[in-house]
Design a protein around this ligand. Structure first.
Ligand code: HEC
Length: 321
């Protein structure tokens, strides 16, 4: 019995693996110059990496339909001079909100001003100039001529920062590093029209403002617009700390307990029943006990929750691939 099995196994193996000399080769393979395939594999890998980086930095996934078209956030950023309202977002306010400037994208004339230490922090014209050059990390402003017509955000808004080599908030871009100064809630609260959020959540605008202001720097509640729950069962904010977007392979990324215990969230998220204490990593206290208690791993790119209706996570994933 045993011999039969071994013989059969050897026979099967022999069938599947012909000796190299007998391996059929197609003509193209024979004629290919040595190493050509290796090079194209390497080139493809490099291209995909570059494309992914471009997407991470600059793809807004149509989020301008929400932040700009609906909330009209661009109007307060642009200011009257550029088609909006008021004086516009000054560099001083932008930096206070934790926004970052990628010096590598600053136009050279303005770069010299920054290096010389004479940048006017109270002139919204400078913010507009930086936005036009896509130099404000993760903020994608759309202009028609000199008029800002909408604004969207990219992954880099939360998941990139700068090394501050040229002053607070201005430096070389560090992709994947969380921006722990960024006050997402306060930025959203600047929007002239918070009604779309209030309607989504079934509350009034004052409540929306209160929730947004409860987040604080470095935090964002990526699920609020999906589940409508702003606070944990213990009454504290449900916003989570922005994690680093690298080095996560194999990590217990997020434990979801508590917040969603009683939430009716549809099939996709139903299984992730409860949210744990906010995750922290890299030296900060990490609550891993929820994993032991059955908390689930969550690996979907979080920008999805920011997308306007009609954009599916499949579309986002497709663009990330
Ligand atoms: C407005 C801020 C913000 C933006 C924009 C954002 N993220 Fe996140 N991201 C977070 C926060 C906060 C978390 C962790 C909290 C959570 O998962 O609820 C997170 C988690 C992650 C994680 C870790 C997964 C996990 O559960 O730990 C990855 C990877 C990630 N984001 C990638 C992306 C990508 C790719 C994009 C762009 C499509 C993006 N993020 C856009 C704030 C943001």
């Amino acid at each position: 019995m045993k011999t039969t099995f071994v013989t059969a196994a050897v026979f099967l193996f022999a069938c599947k693996s012909p000796a190299p000399a007998e391996t059929p080769q197609n003509i193209a393979v024979k004629q290919a110059p040595e190493e050509s395939y290796q090079k194209s594999i390497d080139d493809t890998a490099k291209k995909m990496l570059e494309r992914g980086r471009d997407i991470f930095r600059d793809e807004s996934f149509g989020s301008e339909q929400f932040w700009g078209d609906k909330l009209r956030l661009h109007e307060v950023i642009a200011g009257e001079k550029h088609g909006g309202t008021g004086q516009g977002l000054t560099p001083r306010t932008a930096f206070a909100l934790g926004l970052r400037v990628d010096f590598g994208r600053v136009p050279s004339a303005l770069g010299d001003v920054i290096k010389g230490g004479t940048l006017s922090f109270d002139d919204a014209e400078n913010t507009n100039n930086l936005l036009k050059h896509d130099a404000v990390v993760g903020v994608k402003a759309f202009y028609e001529g000199d008029r800002m017509v909408s604004v969207g955000i990219t992954c880099a808004l939360c998941h990139s920062t700068t090394d501050d080599n040229f002053g607070k908030g201005i430096g070389r871009r560090l992709d994947g590093w969380p921006n722990r100064d960024l006050d997402v809630g306060k930025i959203v609260a600047l929007a002239p029209n918070l009604k779309p959020i209030a309607e989504l959540l079934g509350v009034d605008v004052a409540t929306v403002k209160k929730v947004l202001e409860s987040w604080g720097p470095g935090k964002y509640d990526a699920e609020l617009l999906i589940d409508g729950k702003a606070f944990r069962p213990d009454g504290k904010s449900a916003a989570t700390l922005i994690p680093a977007a690298f080095g996560l392979a194999g990590d217990v990324l997020e434990c979801i307990r508590g917040k969603h215990a009683d939430a009716r969230r549809g099939d996709v998220l139903r299984s992730e029943a409860r949210r744990c204490e906010e995750i922290s990593r890299r030296g900060e206290s990490e609550d891993r006990t929820c994993a032991a208690e059955g908390g689930s791993r969550h690996r979907e790119p979080r920008g999805v929750a920011l997308l306007p209706a009609g954009h599916s996570s499949a579309e986002a994933a497709g663009r990330l691939l």
